[in-house]
Design a protein around this ligand. Structure first.
Ligand code: AMP
Length: 283
């Protein structure tokens, strides 16, 4: 097995990749670390489709709001590196905040309208933080292919739009949501949940699944019925608060008036105690 390189400097990363990309197809998986099976599945997919795989680990301060969990976001670089080594990743890009955002940094990338809806309503700066860092990472790693999860559905649509609008020569691949055996979508933030909250959080998956089943039954259901079905599957406790539940077009995020098979996605964000979880399902 060849040695996995760990590179911290953007300049060094760019220098290496400029040499390699002449001969090899570069696949890139951006992450914030604390890797779980969802991340690992993205990397396996990248390994299959490219000749040289770069994974970045960077907890990006720009995508956290002032009262969000940037400081306590779970981190375990040592264990992450072991997992990446086992998957035979070629390079781990592990930049510091100072090299990504040196004093005086002032550029931002915004996909305007798509960033204001759904999660953007209660996290107004979040997606410009995401698109700014992803654009920077794309410039540094210069991949032919980049891999993102359906778990962060709105993020995926926004990144595809950025790639299209800016003519970036990068193919975006998406992988389905990887779930725990009980159905909860894997997320680094699941580490915040107590066992009781974990049980409550299963309501998201049960609700989405129930809506999907109902929408594919003999009788068509309306969007309003879909929302009602989802809410009815959540445990009745004051510790659960719905941020949004929405049926949207899978490509444009436009709200749907009716449910159309393979075109409508139900996307949800729900607070379970102090943890905000997102999930979604293709109807
Ligand atoms: P994060 O580290 O949370 O920024 O996620 C890095 C990448 O992993 C993003 O493209 C996510 O959509 C993807 N991802 C996170 N959780 C999952 C999951 N449960 N299934 C599939 N992909 C995921």
């Amino acid at each position: 097995m060849k040695k996995m390189q760990v590179i911290k400097s953007p300049h060094q990363m760019q220098k290496l990749i400029l040499k390699i990309r002449k001969k090899k197809r570069i696949g890139f998986v951006p992450t914030m670390g604390f890797l779980h099976e969802g991340h690992l599945e993205l990397i396996r997919c990248a390994k299959k489709k490219s000749d040289f795989v770069v994974v970045s680990i960077f907890v990006n301060p720009k995508q956290f709001g002032p009262n969000e969990d940037f400081k306590k976001y779970p981190r375990d670089t040592k264990s992450d590196l072991q997992k990446l080594k086992k998957l035979d990743v070629d390079v781990v890009f592990l930049p510091t905040h100072e090299t990504m955002y040196p004093v005086g940094f002032q550029t931002s990338i915004q996909v305007t309208a798509l960033s204001k809806i759904l999660c953007g309503t209660c996290r107004p700066e979040h997606f410009s933080g995401v698109t700014t860092v992803v654009m920077k990472l794309f410039q540094i790693v210069q991949p032919h292919l980049a891999f993102f999860g359906q778990k962060d559905f709105q993020q995926l649509v926004i990144i595809k739009k950025m790639v299209e609008d800016l003519h970036l020569p990068i193919k975006i691949h998406c992988i389905p949501i990887v779930r725990e055996q009980d159905g909860l979508a894997l997320s680094s933030r699941n580490a915040y949940l107590s066992p009781k909250e974990h049980q409550w959080a299963l309501g998201l998956y049960l609700g989405l699944n129930q809506v999907r089943q109902s929408s594919r039954g003999r009788h068509k259901i309306s969007v309003r019925q879909a929302l009602r079905i989802f809410c009815s599957m959540l445990p009745k406790t004051r510790s659960i608060k719905i941020d949004y539940v929405s049926c949207v077009d899978k490509d444009t995020l436009a709200p749907m008036k009716t449910i159309i098979k393979n075109k409508t996605v139900m996307a949800v964000a729900v607070w379970i105690g102090k943890t905000r979880l997102i999930d979604n399902i293709h109807l």
